[in-house]
Design a protein around this ligand. Structure first.
Ligand SMILES: O=C(O)Cc1cc(O)ccc1O
Ligand SMILES: [Fe+2]
Length: 434
């Protein structure tokens, strides 16, 4: 009952499609979901990602046909993971100024994807299904016979260093820097590191599931196209190997022994599935006349809140693109935003911060905190000859949320916190006095 995993994995394309996939032909019941006896005596199990009664266009669920139901597990005991915190823990007095972190160093202490996770900033409350955490992982070993399930939110993973081979209940995904992967709430997964140490960013989204943004006047194509999202095919793991199941629930971590693999789904159908997306497929839109547009044109995925147009979280990328705007200050403007901005850099340079913002680093510009291009970027842009210019080999991103982020005490105490970030704007002198 095993489907081989190799570097040429098969995927199904589309976002939110009704998929149907069988590791063994005939494993899906036809014309019904839960027959008295399912093919091969598999157990039908429903995974609901939205309320049963969610509107049809938002409703997400999948039927899994598995060798044993996921309720089979030993007793749960507490599991220690103190760096991965959830939501806003108490009040932290935070100066209303920008913050920036250098990339976290790889350590020799063995850590897998779960052990190597650290929350930098978070907002909201997982139990209230609002808000999100922005985390970074630094992993140097695979999750050997360990599976992880997150009850608190879906996980949007943005690898920055190293490939991730992610086995999920629905199948296997191979993800590298430049790609992203979205792991639904409650789906078991296991991360192995085929190329050695890995580092990256995670949005742990406690709120409504990420979806593609509306395109409005852009029309029916563009930005992230639905067909470029790839979902795994069913890949049941064979054998009776024992596993450890680690769960995160209500901000607490638990561990339970499993007698056999939780990746025992032989077939599944439905529209709730992990997906990966290669950001190179993003159809970027920008100004071909004048003025710097709002960064919402770079939205890949959005998690809405109850207020229209005011996201729980927007996932926004700054990919390679041409700058052609005339009579325009081309980098981002100086601004204050009611939305809160957490940023990371996967590779290359970010045009507003040519120095100081390093790949693997992070920045936080919270609600109403003034920010914009650093002195170097400003000087370059105000004097630039405005010929068409291509920004190449660059990928920055933003988790933008309506809820201000609270940094964790770990993040505030970290040696990676830049004590001198504000200095990057010191050179912005008053030119009007000339
Ligand atoms: O602050 C930032 O660097 C992110 C950002 C980019 C942009 O082009 C416009 C607004 C904005 O917040
Ligand atoms: Fe900004």
């Amino acid at each position: 009952m095993t489907q081989a995993i190799d570097s040429t994995l098969t995927y199904q394309s589309g976002f939110g499609n009704e998929f149907a996939t069988e590791a063994i032909p005939g494993a899906l019941p036809q014309g019904r979901n839960s027959p008295q006896l399912a093919p091969f005596d598999l157990y039908p199990e429903l995974l609901s990602g939205t309320a049963f009664t969610a509107p049809r266009h938002e409703n997400r669920r999948s039927w899994l046909y598995r060798r044993q139901p996921s309720v089979i597990a030993g007793r749960y005991r507490p599991f220690v993971q103190t760096l991965w915190s959830t939501g806003v823990e108490g009040r932290t007095a935070l100066p209303p100024e920008p913050l920036r972190w250098a990339p976290p160093a790889f350590s020799d202490v063995p850590a897998d994807f779960v052990e190597g996770m650290t929350t930098l900033v978070a907002n909201g409350n997982a139990a209230m299904q609002a808000g999100m955490g922005a985390l970074m992982y630094c992993a140097n070993r695979s999750m050997e016979k360990r599976a992880f399930v997150n009850h608190d939110g879906e996980m949007l993973v943005v690898p920055q260093v190293g490939r991730l081979l992610i086995r999920t209940e629905m199948g296997v995904l191979d993800v590298k820097p430049g790609e992203i992967v979205l792991l639904p709430r409650g789906v078991a997964f296991q991360v192995t590191l085929p190329d050695g140490p890995a580092r990256g960013y995670v949005c742990e989204n406690y709120g409504a599931m990420f979806r593609l943004p509306e395109l409005g006047p852009i029309g029916s194509n563009g930005l992230a196209n639905a067909r470029d999202f790839l979902s795994p095919v069913a890949a049941c793991e064979g054998g009776e190997a024992a596993y450890e199941l680690v769960k995160k629930s209500g901000g607490f971590f638990w561990t339970a022994p499993l007698q056999s693999s939780p990746f025992n789904v032989v077939a599944w159908h439905g529209n709730l599935t992990p997906v990966k997306y290669d950001t190179h497929h993003f159809m970027t839109i920008g100004s071909i006349s004048f003025d710097h547009p709002d960064p919402s044109i770079f939205t890949v995925l959005t998690s809405p809140s109850d207020t229209p147009g005011t996201a729980n979280c927007d996932f926004v990328i700054f990919p390679p693109r041409w700058l052609v705007a005339e009579d325009t200050f081309r980098p981002p403007w100086y601004h204050r935003n009611i939305m809160s901005e957490f940023m990371g850099l996967v590779y290359g340079q970010y045009d507003a911060k040519p120095g100081g913002f390093q790949p693997g680093g992070a920045s936080l510009h919270n609600s109403m905190v003034p920010h914009g291009p650093d002195g170097e970027a400003f000087e370059k842009a105000r004097g630039a000859t405005l010929v068409p210019q291509k920004l190449e080999n660059t990928l920055a991103f933003m988790f933008e949320s309506r809820y201000p982020f609270v940094p964790t005490s770990t993040a505030l105490k970290s040696s990676t916190l830049d004590p001198d970030y504000a200095a990057c704007w010191e050179g912005l002198r008053d030119y009007s006095k000339n």
